[in-house]
Design a protein around this ligand. Structure first.
Ligand SMILES: Nc1nc2c(ncn2[C@@H]2O[C@H](COP(=O)(O)OP(=O)(O)OP(=O)(O)O)[C@@H](O)[C@H]2O)c(=O)[nH]1
Ligand SMILES: [Mg+2]
Length: 257
């Protein structure tokens, strides 16, 4: 067991949603504000990153070795690598602990189903020792903004992640700079009635009814969060995100908050 005094921020989301860029920007933001953050790359399959990780799971898990040693193709190797993450917890924890940071920002694998729905990812999140832990779930702005149904579908995925990880969660929508023309709609979708009204325009009536029912269930259980709109390119929204992080981290862990 290690004695730690740090805050851990996991970044999850669908493939290509902007997790790695957001990791680097949050690290930068904390550095600029006189904290000592470190980045932890937990994606064993990533080839290049937009930042130099301080701690890197690839030093412990080598996809090419897994493929050759076990005669696996790339997908099989990625599954095996994801399952191995939990077995490296102690070494990774020690590496982070030796750096003694204020914050550790954890970039997770692009294949969200391998990290969230198999046992290894939730085990790692649950057993990583930290004063507070929070998950930032990234809605890909490009995907989520295409229609109310897409928005609700990704909100459901965010809810699945919340259930699987069982730690506080903040939802963000990435790539704000690429969806400027849809910003008004996206902001209006934070109102349940506006979102429900938007579903009336859906051509497929069954999909529209199902989406409304799902939306109702999410609201009834207080699971529908308005994602914070951010851009890792322009840094817009970063102040709102870091303020939300501070609020949750200062309040301490409020599961399912
Ligand atoms: N314009 C714009 N592009 C972004 C932003 N965030 C990420 N991107 C781009 O989106 C692509 C994916 O970004 P990543 O940060 O690698 O996304 P990821 O979720 O880490 O991807 P995987 O780990 O492969 O799942 C890259 O081409 C980024 O340049 C953003 O805020 N604005
Ligand atoms: Mg990434």
């Amino acid at each position: 067991m290690f004695e730690v005094c740090l805050e851990t921020i996991f970044i999850t989301g669908t493939a290509g949603s902007g997790k790695s860029h957001l990791t680097s920007k949050i690290v930068q933001w904390y550095k600029d504000n006189s904290y000592y953050p470190v980045s932890l790359n937990l994606d064993p399959g990533v080839i290049s990153l937009p930042y130099e990780p301080d701690v890197d799971v690839r030093n412990y898990i080598d996809i090419d070795n897994i493929m050759s040693e076990h005669g696996l193709g790339p997908n099989g190797a990625l599954i095996m690598a994801a399952d191995m993450i939990a077995t490296k917890l102690d070494e990774i924890q020690e590496e982070v602990y030796n750096l003694n940071p204020d914050f550790v920002i954890v970039d997770t694998p692009g294949q969200i189903e391998l990290f969230i729905f198999r046992a290894s990812g939730p085990y790692f999140v649950s057993n990583f020792q930290s004063d507070n832990k929070i998950n930032i779930f990234t809605f890909d702005g490009i995907l989520a903004s295409t229609s109310p149904i897409n928005f609700i579908s990704i909100a459901l995925l965010a809810t699945s992640v919340r259930l699987r990880l069982n730690i506080s969660q903040i939802d963000v929508m990435t790539k704000r700079d690429l969806v400027i023309d849809k910003l008004q709609d996206i902001i209006r979708w934070s109102s349940r009635s506006y979102l429900e009204d938007s579903l009336h325009n859906e051509k497929n009536v069954e999909h529209s009814i199902l989406s409304k029912d799902l939306l109702q269930a999410l609201h009834k259980n207080k699971l529908m969060q308005n994602p914070i709109l951010i851009s890792s390119l322009t840094m817009s929204g970063m102040v709102n995100l870091t303020a939300a992080l501070s609020r949750v981290l200062n309040l301490g862990e409020e599961k399912g908050d």
